[in-house]
Design a protein around this ligand. Structure first.
Ligand SMILES: [Ca+2]
Ligand SMILES: [Ca+2]
Length: 307
């Protein structure tokens, strides 16, 4: 039979335990509330590139520019008007702000804002800031990455890499086939320039996809030709899954597309492709391609610079 005093001790111990559990769970609740209040309801995806480039004794500074703002799962264009760009910059380009650096769908480091390229009414072309990049991956010449304030996006292993010689030969061969189908002569083909080549795996199935852009520029009689390709393996062979071809003799209608990066923006397990379009006088715009029912569709267009 337990004595009265041992029962009281048990009761005390039990009450202490209850108090402890209550204190811990209260602490957790207030912590998660604090964390939640810190989370911005808006996610911004930035392009990290050397479009604006500076270098000082401490090393190079690259630039970041907003591609898209994600609000409640919807893609929203970054501001285009000068005063709106200023408001945007005050929130997002504060000195010392740190963003996660993403490449090929995974985190590879961070960028830190070192200077806001403040828009002024007479020079309101850019919506950008200079950053210092710290990355575990050495980005190649012309390679572009993404930066974001999101904590949830981009947690895959980054599989993006340049193509091997053999893969590059395959991409070039398919590019040439499409030019030939568009009446490009072998002589004209000699001036074909390929850029933005990359190997990625958008769905993580271990089968790689390949991307590339191609240009044939003739400033005299022949039209300019631009091609953007995404190649997917079908029945063991690489075939175009996106084949965007543009040809014009009018310099005002110049239009090209370059791959920036892949990232699963809507977290459905398949990466979206983020593309930069370029027009006459270096005006730019971004596009997002999404794969739906085995087809790639443009689901967003916006951002970039006017000229
Ligand atoms: Ca794949
Ligand atoms: Ca997706």
């Amino acid at each position: 039979m337990p004595t009265n005093s041992s029962m009281t001790n048990h009761l005390r111990l039990f009450l202490c335990f209850v108090c402890l559990v209550a204190i811990i769970s209260l602490g957790r609740q207030s912590l998660s509330a604090k964390e939640a209040s810190k989370q911005s309801p808006r996610t911004v995806i930035f392009e990290v590139s050397s479009i604006f480039y500076e270098s000082d004794q401490s090393g190079p500074h690259l630039s970041i520019a907003p591609i898209v703002v994600i609000e409640d799962g919807q893609y929203v264009k970054p501001p285009a008007k000068c005063d709106e760009k200023e408001t945007f910059g005050k929130s997002w380009f504060r000195l010392g702000t740190v963003y996660r650096l993403l490449f090929g769908g995974g985190e590879v480091g961070h960028v830190k804002v070192t200077k806001w390229l403040v828009p002024s009414p007479d020079k309101c072309l850019e919506n950008a800031a200079m950053v210092r990049m710290k990355s575990s991956r050495k980005l190649g010449r012309g390679e572009v990455a993404l930066a974001t304030n999101s904590k949830s996006l981009g947690h895959k292993k980054s599989l993006r890499r340049p193509p091997t010689m053999e893969e590059k030969a395959k991409i070039l061969k398919l590019g040439q086939e499409i030019f030939r189908a568009n009446d490009v002569s072998e002589e004209q083909m000699q001036s074909m320039n390929a850029y933005g080549l990359a190997v990625i795996d958008v769905d993580g199935d271990g089968i790689n996809e390949m991307l590339g852009s191609f240009q044939i520029y003739h400033r005299k009689v022949e039209p300019d030709r631009d091609l953007f390709l995404l190649l997917e393996k079908q029945e063991g062979e690489y075939r175009p899954a996106i084949s965007w071809y543009h040809s014009t003799s009018n310099i005002m209608e110049t239009h090209s597309k370059t791959f920036i990066d892949n990232l699963d923006l809507d977290q459905d397990g398949i990466d979206e492709l983020i593309i930069r379009e370029m027009f006459v006088c270096e005006a730019t715009r971004y596009q997002i391609y999404k794969k739906k029912e085995r087809q790639w569709h443009v689901v967003y267009e916006g951002g970039g610079n006017q000229c």
